[in-house]
Design a protein around this ligand. Structure first.
Ligand SMILES: *[C@@H]1O[C@H](CO)[C@@H](O)[C@H](O)[C@H]1NC(C)=O
Ligand SMILES: *[C@@H]1O[C@H](CO)[C@@H](O)[C@H](O)[C@H]1NC(C)=O
Ligand SMILES: *[C@@H]1O[C@H](CO)[C@@H](O)[C@H](O)[C@H]1NC(C)=O
Ligand SMILES: *[C@@H]1O[C@H](CO)[C@@H](O)[C@H](O)[C@H]1NC(C)=O
Length: 380
């Protein structure tokens, strides 16, 4: 089967308009493919994200490495900070921490980006910056970074140990609309969130390695990795107030959860994904508080002041999964390093402890994000 090519450059602007018509959902594309056209004439964004966290060893913190291949900007303020109208449309962002706790951040512009397919195999090329590849069976995700003039070279590799999935219990739809009862009318913000924000997780977890050189300092990690992709027609701040994304790999479990508060809406949303040795125990999306079983509770705890960003932040989260059969699993996720601390965007790497309630407890690696474009205060 021949692959086909989508170039995210001004070449596709022929169909760009100031409405969302140019952002129609694509059909029949690979799980990790390109779903919308983000370009300099719209405010859409699509990104491919991978992260690897190392173990906590001998009092040394968890090293971590987070890399995102962006088209467009997930938050308006980030576009402004990158140059507003002249901000690069295609770029790679890198964040993370060395095991000694020192954090790093890079933003590498690319002259163009393309996402090509050979059957289900996907290759993303960010010219002058790096590339990613996903294997056709979604077992292996690799990143190659080649931007010596920005001080960044090296590779990342994740070998998946679990099933690819979408946010809701569907093999066909990467959108969240199944959380909304049929016939419900949605506000404009709810419509963007539930019908046009997409999420595809190709590698929910697995053994991973990072081998990079950052401004002359080598960083190698042997740990656990995660990869997903997201896209939306507007930056998050245009329709969302608050968003948590949590990812942990704990003994035989891979888990993730999302919480989102939509601007001007009472329809708060969450997802819960829990997998044990390759078997999905839960993969649900729902309106928060709407269910008696097959749901997750996402509860932040602790309070600390984060000086670099100047806001109060949580110390961790308790994730309580209640399965469809009533079984309960609990995980305690604790932040150890704050690897990204902007006013509206925080990210941690840390540890996670948990398992079946009353059963064997395991420990592992957690990585989680808090996006708070509305600056809703966190008071513990
Ligand atoms: C993109 O966002 C900017 C800043 O909020 C706004 O001025 C502009 O009209 C938006 N463009 C489109 C095509 O939505
Ligand atoms: C931690 O390690 C990095 C990379 O080797 C180095 O650049 C940094 O100075 C170290 N930080 C401390 C506090 O030693
Ligand atoms: C739907 O959820 C059930 C567990 O409740 C799981 O067994 C199944 O694999 C899930 N299907 C998808 C497509 O996620
Ligand atoms: C979660 O872990 C933190 C840090 O180890 C601990 O202080 C807290 O008591 C734990 N909470 C629960 C409910 O286990």
């Amino acid at each position: 089967m021949r692959g086909y090519l989508i170039i995210a450059s001004s070449a596709v602007l022929g169909l760009a308009s100031n409405c969302l018509a140019g952002l129609a959902r694509r059909q029949s594309i690979p799980h990790d493919g390109q779903y919308i056209e983000a370009n300099s004439q719209n405010n859409a964004t699509e990104w491919w994200w991978a992260q690897v966290g190392g173990p906590v060893e001998d009092g040394r913190g968890p090293a971590s490495f987070h890399v995102t291949f962006y088209q467009g900007y997930p938050i308006s303020a980030l576009r402004e900070a990158a140059g507003g109208a002249s901000a690069p449309e295609n770029y790679i962002v890198i964040n993370g921490a060395f095991a000694n706790g020192t954090v790093f951040a890079y933003q590498i512009p690319a002259s163009s980006s393309s996402v090509t397919y050979q059957g289900q195999a996907v290759t993303g090329t960010w010219a002058g910056a790096g590339e990613f590849k996903n294997s056709a069976d979604l077992s292996k995700f690799t990143v190659r970074l080649n931007a010596p003039e920005f001080g960044v070279t090296g590779t990342l590799e994740i070998t998946s140990d679990g099933p690819s999935h979408f946010g809701c219990n569907s093999t066909t739809s990467p959108y969240f609309d199944s959380a909304i009862p049929a016939g419900t009318s949605l506000s404009a913000n709810e419509e963007i969130f539930y019908e046009q924000l997409g999420w595809a997780t190709s590698q929910p977890g697995g053994d991973a390695t990072v081998d990079v050189v950052l401004s002359g300092s080598p960083l190698t990690i042997t740990g656990k990795g995660y990869h997903d992709a997201n896209w939306m027609p507007q930056p998050i701040d245009k329709f969302m107030d608050d968003w948590y994304f949590l990812d942990a790999q704990v003994g035989p479990f891979d888990l993730s959860a999302v919480y989102a508060a939509i601007t001007g809406s009472t329809k708060d949303f969450n997802t819960g994904f829990l997998e044990h040795s390759g078997t999905i125990l839960q993969n649900q999306c729902s309106l928060q508080g709407s269910r008696k079983d097959d749901f997750v509770s996402i509860t932040p705890y602790g309070l600390g002041f984060d000086a670099p960003s100047g806001v109060n932040v949580m110390k961790g989260f308790i994730l309580d999964y209640t399965l469809a059969n009533g079984d309960q699993y609990q995980f305690n996720i604790t932040g150890l390093s704050l690897v990204l601390d902007q006013l509206i965007y925080h990210r941690w790497v840390g540890s996670a402890v948990g398992g079946h309630v009353g059963g064997e407890q395991y420990s592992g690696v957690a990585m989680y994000d808090w996006l708070n474009p509305s600056l809703r205060p966190y008071n513990g």
